[in-house]
Structures are given as structure tokens and as C-alpha cells.
Ligand binder design. Structure first.
Ligand SMILES: Cc1cc2nc3c(=O)[nH]c(=O)nc-3n(C[C@H](O)[C@H](O)[C@H](O)COP(=O)(O)OP(=O)(O)OC[C@H]3O[C@@H](n4cnc5c(N)ncnc54)[C@H](O)[C@@H]3O)c2cc1C
Length: 279
């Protein structure tokens, strides 16, 4: 497995944090992932990099962008199929696969960046949707071994996630037999509802507190369009974090902390970051 020491990983993060750096491991095959998890107890897993703001990272980072293996399909009868999907498949490829094979269930992910692995771990979805209904099993790698986990999902979280670091290797999806045209038209419908985000971004900076919208709270305390260096909250949506130039890790941390402080002072609510901060 290739290792790049002190690699600048700005280009692997959709928000392009200028000074993001780490020792980066590139597994080629599944055995490399098994070896890595056997060798290290504490590490990060980087996939599409669309939900991460990173600085100088001390832990080793496993980059899942290069692994090679395919999907596999099991016919379950008249109505559905079971599909094994590797975690490193991009959401865009998953959607193309579902159109090509006329398999319905993942259309809600249209327009969301990243990979299957990142989505499975964070239950990424548009507001109100979830991976609950389509994932039968997630395959977890820990300590050099693979085991199945039946996931329990909550808002932006895998509730029964393992306590120690782990790698998602893949999952079994239960998809419904449909037609390519049917799947495509639902994907276009979801795409039409997506917000337009300009520039390099990591999506929503904070989770929505129960019964509230983080964007509303942030706008009320004057954070819409607010910036610290190159780190900025979007002019169009106060909870969308963007890089307006050469934003570095410290800029993003100060932006996050200012936002938390202002909302806490005014509303007594402590916002919880949705984006992962790694250092
Ligand atoms: C423009 C934009 C719009 C977005 N809109 C939405 C939205 O509407 N809804 C939403 O929920 N999210 C949204 N996001 C956030 C992001 O797209 C999702 O969280 C996505 O699922 C992250 O996937 P990823 O592969 O990029 O994961 P990464 O960013 O690489 O990682 C995210 C987290 O998942 C972990 N992880 C990733 N892969 C694995 C693996 N194989 N094994 C173990 N852990 C892993 C990482 O360690 C990290 O903790 C948006 C982001 C952007 C930039």
C-alpha cells in the first residue's frame, strides 16, 4: 500500500482547506484495508472529502478513493434485488447504476456529493430522508476483520456505530425493480429541489437542532455572509460553509466558534457541527 507522508490533501476536500495535511495511505485492494486496521488503532478514513474540514492531522489517514472492486447483485424475486455496493463508489456512480439497471431506492441522494461510505456513516440525505429503508447490512472492518452490522439510523448519524475507529467496506442495499425512465425522472425531481451552492463548500456547517433550523438561527445573529479570512458562511444560506479564497483550518475553526458563541448567547442553543473538523 502506498504511503505519502505529510501530503497536502486540500484537493481531496471539496472545501479545499489550504493547509490540510496528513500522512495518507492509499489502499489498492481490500487486503490493504484489513492490514491497515490491524496495524493502527486510531486513524481517520477519508472518502469523498465533502464533509470534512482538516488542518495538520496527527493521525494516519486511510484514503478510500483508489480501492478497486465491483458491485454484485442477487435477485430476490418479482419485486426487489439485493445489491452489494462497495463503500468507495461515488453517489453519482450509484445513481447511474440505479438508472442503468432500473432499480429504485437511492433517488433521494441526487445532487449530494461524496461516496456510499460517507453517506452510510453520516446518514447523508436531504432533510427528512434516510438510508434506513434501503440498507440491510453494512460491512465494517476493524482490527483486520470484516463483520456485518445491521444499521440503526438517526438524524445524520449511524446510532449503533462501533465505538473505536472503523472502516465501512460496503453494504447490501435492497432496491426495488422499476424502469430506467422511472428512476431517472425521480432523480431529476430530487435534483430540481437541490439548493444551488457556488464555489468550494462542505455543505451544512451545523446540524439542525431539534425543532429548529440552524440556518434561521445563524441568520438571526448576523452570520449570513460572515467570513473569517477565506472561511465564509454563504451569502445565500447562513448554514452553508464555503471557502472564498485561501481559507485555512484556523479560519474555519474561528468561523465555527464565532457562530456557536453568537447563537448560544442569543438563543441559549449550542449548535453541533455537521462537518467533521480534523486536526
Ligand atoms: C455542496 C454540498 C452539499 C451537501 N448536501 C448535503 C445534504 O443535502 N445532506 C447531507 O446529509 N449531506 C450533504 N453534504 C455533506 C456530504 O456530501 C455528505 O456528508 C457525504 O455523505 C459525505 O461523503 P464523503 O464520501 O464525502 O465522506 P467524507 O467527507 O470523506 O467523510 C465524512 C465522514 O464519514 C467518514 N467516512 C467516509 N467514508 C468512510 C468509510 N468508508 N468508512 C468509515 N468512515 C467513513 C469519514 O471518516 C468522516 O467522518 C453536502 C456537501 C456538500 C459539499
Amino acid at each position: 500500500m502506498k504511503l505519502k507522508k505529510a501530503a497536502n490533501i486540500s484537493s481531496l476536500l471539496t472545501i479545499r482547506v489550504a493547509d490540510a495535511e496528513c500522512d495518507l495511505y492509499f489502499p489498492d485492494v481490500v487486503d490493504d484495508i484489513l492490514l491497515f486496521t490491524d496495524q493502527y488503532d486510531d486513524y481517520y478514513v477519508l472518502s469523498g472529502g465533502s464533509n470534512i474540514i482538516a488542518g495538520k492531522i496527527e493521525k494516519p489517514v486511510l484514503y478510500m478513493g483508489n480501492v478497486i472492486s465491483g458491485s454484485d447483485t442477487d435477485d430476490l424475486g418479482e419485486f426487489s434485488v439485493k445489491v452489494f455496493m462497495p463503500s468507495w463508489v461515488s453517489i453519482a456512480s450509484l445513481l447511474n447504476y440505479s438508472i442503468a439497471n432500473g432499480l429504485s431506492g437511492v433517488e433521494f441522494m441526487a445532487g449530494i456529493p461524496g461516496t456510499v461510505g460517507g453517506a452510510l456513516v453520516g446518514n447523508a440525505a436531504p432533510a427528512g430522508d434516510s438510508w434506513d429503508d434501503i440498507v440491510a447490512v453494512i460491512y465494517i472492518v476493524q482490527d483486520g476483520e470484516i463483520y456485518p452490522l445491521v444499521p440503526e439510523y438517526g438524524y445524520r448519524t449511524l446510532k449503533n456505530r462501533p465505538e473505536r475507529p472503523f472502516v465501512v467496506y460496503g453494504c447490501e442495499l435492497i432496491l426495488v425493480k422499476d424502469t430506467p425512465e422511472g428512476v431517472r425522472s425521480r432523480i431529476l425531481h430530487y435534483l430540481s429541489k437541490r439548493p444551488r451552492i457556488k464555489g468550494h463548500s462542505a455543505g451544512s456547517l451545523f446540524k439542525n437542532p431539534e425543532g429548529e433550523k440552524a440556518g434561521r438561527l445563524l441568520e438571526a445573529v448576523g452570520m449570513k455572509g460572515f467570513s473569517v479570512g477565506g472561511a465564509k458562511l454563504s451569502d445565500n444560506h447562513a448554514n452553508i460553509v464555503v471557502n472564498s479564497g485561501e481559507g485555512c483550518f484556523d479560519d474555519f475553526c474561528r468561523l465555527r466558534d464565532t457562530a456557536i458563541e453568537r447563537v448560544r448567547e442569543r438563543f441559549g442553543i449550542t449548535l453541533e457541527p455537521e462537518v467533521k473538523f480534523w486536526s
